[in-house]
Design a protein around this ligand. Structure first.
Ligand code: DGJ
Length: 734
């Protein structure tokens, strides 16, 4: 703390007053938000406006104030192209971060810097707050930056407060407004998708004007695209080289990211809640805190950037990010809706046979008046289907216990089927236009989480399950539908806050669940990866990246997710998708949080033996995979193989996964793969694991130094006959 403050004070060279542990700064010129490697630097200009002057690698000496003079890029007609929070309606003419309508109908805003505070909120985490005010209207913006020193991640958000007499309408209220200096040389990587086709990357050079990435889907907001992105400066960054910013919004609803190459050839990035069909009203004294936008900057390429993010996510964001996870057997693909008590009990026995930690009962266990035998009924009626499960869930939990496995259950509590008792009992809880025909996504509608009664109901779904089955050990929380015909009966005449209040309502429910059940693992699922973000992951231990579990597809998909999310959060199951061997499927799933969704009794003896041995290997390596550093060694997009490596924190152990992705004649891996992140002076025993019973290893065990492994590398010998190879490294001598 003292060190951070001293450095900041030295840089500011301005009078300071220490007050109650806070640093009150007046009339300063340069304010620096720093992490171990990076700096985000602001300057207050002569008109008292707060502008960004630098975002990048930290300078060794305090020379930030000399930066602006080096840029001769033309006229900045407003003086606020680089505004830290660009207001609309006064002199600005670029994309704004904040737009308002005052009580008198006036739509102008101009933000003046008043003061700032910097304080250490927890060890290694510093919060910087800028107070900005409009000169004419009583409106205040507090702009926050939370910097995580060792993880090199910064979060940005705002708090907007109406201090005037009348009602203030916020028409846009971004979380982040970043400015990257360059020369019209920015490359954006973003993602498109759909069901079973998540995370398809596209990289292009940004051109002048505004590129918008957004979601208007309400729930399942990431169905077509997530808010996460990568921007390279100067040239597209590689794993090892280049300047790159990676970021995303911590919000599980409509988002809007804007990338504007401005007239000076610099890049403006604005990210926040989507203001599509949205305005947020603040009465006198009310305020709105926007969700956080997270980002990291790396001058050493994407590999370093994503390791920063992974550490930050595990240390600060994801629920139980430093903890452990449960391997599981899921029955979704094994049975779909077609099961009964007997069948499930057999599957529970199979979970034990396989050696996983938990059995997860998926969709189809509820509904009586309208039984859930397909995806067209019963959502909302969370009572156990008496025909399928006459003795309730309790007997399954018991059976699991007898088999020494835990028991988990699937729910989709935000949803309602038109064929359900709930739909008929509470039509006012359902999101739909009162005068328009209903329109369905997967035969269902979404419940109105802006309504506190609905929040209570959704909370109750979870709470009842735990109350009735205290030994329940896992929840899979699904969300399959988007919001059509957005309308809340509860909000009545003013619908303009609906999309925001839906997500706020969801978070309130999750908050309450976590107060009572702080640690129980929960999987964030949305028909696959339709909802994955760090807003939600504060309440969840893991997410379901996609219903597409074809392992070859997963090699690519998990590769892309890995830029933003650590392996511990990424559920990966062995299923019937894809016609590859059980070995290939398991080797791929082991890159993430391992699970199975197969009929174990249909496995051949050798397949079962292999799976059991692979689970045992996974259990041994889990610390390295879940908490270690990830190195992407060979990209499937550019090579015949994909290679990914995890190295334990102490560099004692590592694992290298390699997969063939090109199945054409004689395509394999001709050259050694250079490993990363090892101790060069240590010796490592390198051994192939997950060898199929009866088969010979394709890699000869040997001892190599870390130096050799990183400079020369080893060849995992992946080819058509052995399309996946897993190598385990163990330090044997310093
Ligand atoms: C969509 C999920 O992604 C699947 O894993 C499964 O849980 C189904 N929903 C159940 O309806």
């Amino acid at each position: 703390m003292i060190k951070v403050l001293t450095v900041v004070l030295k840089r500011l060279m301005i009078p300071v007053v220490l007050l109650c542990g806070l640093l009150q700064v007046a009339a300063q010129e340069i304010i620096t938000v720093e992490t171990a490697e990076n700096a985000l630097v602001f300057e207050v200009n002569e008109d008292s406006e707060l502008n960004a002057i630098y975002l990048g690698e930290k300078l060794q000496y305090d020379e930030y104030s000399k930066i602006p003079a080096q840029y001769k890029q033309g006229s900045n007609y407003t003086g606020i192209y680089a505004s830290a929070y660009t207001p609309a309606g006064s002199k600005n003419f670029l994309e704004p971060a904040v737009e308002v309508t005052h009580a008198d109908g006036n739509m102008s805003l101009s933000l003046e810097y008043v003061s700032s505070e910097q304080k250490e909120v927890s060890p290694g985490v510093t919060e910087t707050m800028f107070l900005l005010k409009d000169k004419v209207y009583a409106l205040e913006v507090k702009l926050f930056y939370k910097s995580y020193e060792k993880e090199n991640v910064i979060e940005s958000w705002s708090l907007i407060e109406n201090k005037a007499e009348g009602e203030l309408q916020l028409r846009k209220f971004a979380s982040a407004n970043l400015y990257l200096y360059g020369n019209n040389d920015f490359w954006l990587t973003h993602y498109s998708g759909d069901w079973a086709m998540e995370m398809k990357p596209e990289t292009s050079k940004l051109s002048h004007g505004v590129k918008v990435l957004d979601s208007k889907l309400g729930s399942r907001a990431n169905l077509f695209q997530p808010s996460v992105f990568t921007v390279s400066l100067g040239a597209p960054a590689t794993e090892e080289y280049g300047n790159v910013l990676i970021g995303g919004l911590e919000w599980s609803g409509n988002f809007r990211n804007e990338f504007e190459v401005d007239p000076l050839n610099n890049l403006r990035i604005i990210s926040g809640i989507n203001n599509y069909a949205t305005a947020y009203t603040l009465e006198k004294g009310e305020n709105l805190t926007t969700p956080k936008f997270w980002f990291t900057f790396s001058n050493k390429g994407k590999g370093n950037a994503s390791r920063n993010i992974h550490r930050w996510a595990r240390n600060h964001k994801v629920l139980d990010g430093q903890g452990s996870r449960l391997t599981l057997l899921n029955n979704w693909e094994a049975t779909y809706f077609d099961f009964n008590e007997k069948k499930l009990k057999k599957l529970i026995g199979d979970a034990k046979k396989l050696g996983v930690d938990l059995f997860l009962l998926d969709d189809g266990w509820f509904g009586n008046t309208y039984p859930r035998n397909n995806d067209d009924a019963a959502l909302g009626d969370w009572d156990v289907n008496r025909k399928k499960l006459p003795n309730g869930i309790g007997t399954l939990v018991e059976t699991a216990k007898k088999n020494q496995v835990k028991f988990g259950i699937w729910i989709e509590p935000e949803m309602v089927s038109p064929d359900s008792e709930l739909y008929h009992k509470h039509p006012e809880w359902v999101i739909k236009q009162p005068q328009r025909e209903e329109y369905y996504f997967r035969n269902q509608l979404v419940l109105d989480l802006s309504n506190p009664e609905v929040q209570e109901f959704v909370y109750g779904v979870v709470d009842n399950l735990f109350t009735e089955n205290p030994e329940l050990a896992y929840i899979k929380w699904d969300c399959n539908a988007v919001i059509y015909n957005a309308y809340s009966d509860y909000l009545g005449e003013d619908q303009s806050e609906f999309y925001v209040r839906y997500v706020q309502g969801l978070y309130q429910v999750l908050e309450k669940i976590r107060e009572k059940y702080p640690t129980v693992p929960m999987m964030l699922c949305s028909g696959g990866g339709g909802r994955v973000d760090y807003g939600a992951l504060q309440y969840f231990t893991e997410f379901w990246p996609s219903d597409n579990t074809d392992p070859l597809e997963r090699v690519y998909m998990q590769w892309e997710y890995s830029f933003f999310y650590p392996a511990i959060t990424m559920a990966a199951h062995v299923t019937d998708w894809g016609d590859q061997s059980v070995k290939f499927k398991t080797d791929v799933a082991m890159m993430g949080k391992l699970g199975f969704d197969i009929v174990v009794s249909e496995l051949e003896d050798k397949e079962l033996e292999f799976c059991k041995q692979a689970i045992a290997n996974y259990n041994e390596l889990e610390d390295v995979i879940w908490h270690g550093d990830l190195y992407r060694l060979r990209s499937p997009w550019e090579n015949n193989i994909a290679s990914v490596m995890y190295v334990g924190e102490q560099q004692e152990e590592a694992v290298v996964f390699s997969y063939l992705v090109n199945y054409r004649y004689e395509q394999g891996n001709p050259t050694p793969v250079k490993l990363k992140g090892l101790d060069p002076d240590a010796s490592y025993a390198v051994e192939e694991i997950n060898v199929y019973p009866g088969a010979q290893p394709v890699f000869k065990s040997e001892i190599y130094t870390g130096d050799y492994l990183m400079k020369v590398g080893v060849n995992p010998n992946v080819k058509k006959d052995n399309p996946s190879v897993v190598l385990k490294l163990k330090r044997v001598a310093k």
